[in-house]
Design a protein around this ligand. Structure first.
Ligand code: TYD
Length: 208
């Protein structure tokens, strides 16, 4: 896969991932690097089904959602046109907003952490991120940002749910951290400070 890097952004809702990933994409492109910015759930076939369930447009229970996210991810890796493996193979850097750590955080306890880690090992075996940024903010900060930025909150965007997701993230990082390169970033600081830290770590990763 040459020198192309696979960099993932993770965090609870409102952590600022999307702003940071866009800023990193711009910075890398300005340096003349070829970058593919993408996200999960994807905008492709299976991702669209997932989104329709998340917004309540169609029915699907939590186990169905967990299984669909896995299918979406495998497709996102392996598709011959938009697949991330293909992009990396071509020498393109890939920046992805959420990857399997999100599944460990969002689908437990509807499925067990053991199951979701084992099921996603097919993705880990295909491609582990070179770098995962976990942008950490408190539950209070998350709720504050969500209320300020959205007209309505999505399925389960409430305090109890967000607390559970944040705890799951830390449990997952404890469990899989030794096999992954996960960097916890304090996302409560001003954007410039957070981005400067992300850029400095990314630069080292690109040069390694
Ligand atoms: P998205 O609409 O991209 O929201 P955000 O900007 O907060 O990332 O993601 C939709 C939701 O999908 C988000 O609340 C997290 C959830 N999700 C899962 O439940 N499992 C997963 O495996 C992934 C990737 C996301």
């Amino acid at each position: 896969m040459g020198n192309s890097r696979f960099i993932v952004f993770e965090g609870i809702d409102g952590a600022g991932k999307s702003t940071l990933i866009k800023a990193l994409n711009e910075k890398m492109e300005a340096l003349g690097l070829t970058v593919h910015m993408t996200a999960e759930p994807t905008k492709y076939r299976i991702g669209r089904i997932v989104r329709s369930i998340l917004t309540g447009e169609s029915e699907g229970d939590e186990k169905t959602i967990a299984a669909l996210f896995l299918a979406d991810r495998v497709d996102h890796l392996t598709h011959p046109e938009y697949g991330m493996l293909q992009k990396l193979e071509e020498g393109t850097h890939v920046l992805c907003d959420r990857y399997y750590l999100s599944s460990y955080a969002y689908h437990v306890p509807h499925v067990t952490m053991d199951w979701v880690i084992a099921a996603n090992s097919i993705c880990a075996d295909l491609k582990r991120p070179d770098l995962t940024f976990f942008i950490d903010i408190s539950v209070e900060e998350s709720l504050r940002r969500l209320v300020n930025s959205r007209a309505s909150l999505e399925r389960f965007e409430n305090e109890e749910r967000i607390t559970m997701v944040r705890n799951n993230y830390f449990e997952a990082i404890d469990r899989v951290g030794q096999d992954e390169n996960i960097i916890v970033i304090d996302g409560a600081r001003p954007f410039e400070t957070v981005f400067a830290e992300i850029w400095s770590i990314t630069k080292t990763c690109l040069e390694s």
